[in-house]
Design a binder for this molecule. Structure first.
Ligand code: OAD
Length: 269
């Protein structure tokens, strides 16, 4: 194996000795929970456990395109809560920005729709928003874009925005039953070119995103920062598991690299 031990210290040594600068990150809702945004699948606090008020048969229906076409109201009841602008990036988001500032970030793959990576200062071209985002919206029938201002108003009032053609308007979030954006497929070769992989705050339970870590080349260390072990992480000799919360994990990472103060300063800005 490439690492001397399955520890953060061994990863730090590997980074320094190999002049690592092609880090690929793969993240999910767990990096935003400390900002106050619920994740999806945590047993008590996750969104899917708390949608009883929407009266759905399956909680995932709220993000299902067939369901939305029939009844977009549950989604808009939720959009009201999730709409970006109310939340501050976490130190885990600042950690991603720090990797970028150091010229070590090859690509950031996110399943999150909260835009907090952008808010933390990571440039848009470094981010693959694999499940889309709230940044734009359009009619689900004729695909005509819908103005941001109008969208803000409608979401604030908890109303369903409609297109002139009569179709419902939906943010450019990838729903179940929809294709991922082309940027996901265009960048899917990058994990194989990475010299380090960091998986953070995701249950790795939704395909095709969930298979990204398996595209990392053998012999390239993969670090998991998550509450629990997920996917196939831990199955390779160079996998390092930092089990616990993301903020503590990135602090541990930064400490091993000697970046502690820089990271705290960046987050405090
Ligand atoms: P999940 O809710 O499935 O998984 C979040 C993971 O992060 C779980 O393993 C949690 O234990 C962990 N976690 C939560 N808070 C944490 C913290 N503070 N520190 C460390 N770990 C923490 O969320 P995703 O994996 O992002 O798709 O879900 C994937 C996709 O499923 C979402 O993009 C969404 C959803 O349906 C769509 O809506 C299309």
């Amino acid at each position: 194996s490439v690492l001397e031990a399955r520890s953060m210290e061994a990863v730090a040594k590997y980074i320094k000795q190999n002049d690592v600068k092609r880090i690929v990150l793969m993240v999910g809702a767990g990096i935003s929970t400390s900002a106050g945004i619920p994740d999806f699948r945590s047993p008590d606090t996750g969104l899917y456990a708390n949608l009883a008020f929407l009266d759905l048969e399956e909680p995932e229906d709220v993000f299902d395109i067939t369901f939305f076409r029939e009844n977009p109201k549950p989604f808009y009841a939720l959009a009201h809560e999730l709409y970006p602008g109310k939340y501050r990036p976490t130190i885990a988001h600042s950690f991603i920005k720090l990797l970028y500032d150091k010229g070590m970030l090859l690509k950031h793959f996110t399943q999150n729709i909260d835009c907090l990576e952008r808010q933390a200062g990571v440039p848009g071209e470094m981010i693959v928003e694999a499940h889309g985002s709230f940044a734009s919206q359009r009619c689900i029938e004729c695909k005509t874009p819908y103005p941001d201002e109008e969208m803000h108003k409608m979401v604030e009032q908890g109303k369903v925005p409609c297109c002139g053609c009569g179709g419902y308007v939906k943010p450019d979030i990838v729903f179940f039953g929809e294709a991922l954006p082309s940027s996901f497929f265009d960048n899917r070769s990058l994990p194989a070119a990475a010299d380090l992989c960091i998986v953070m705050g995701t249950s790795l339970s939704v395909q095709p995103f969930a298979s990204l870590p398996s595209l990392v080349s053998d012999g390239v260390p993969r670090v998991l920062i998550n509450m629990q072990k997920v996917g196939g992480m831990g199955s390779r000799p160079d996998d390092v598991l930092l089990l616990g919360d993301c903020d503590a994990g990135v602090r541990k990472f930064a400490k091993a690299m000697g970046w502690e103060e820089e990271l705290e300063a960046l987050w405090g800005e």
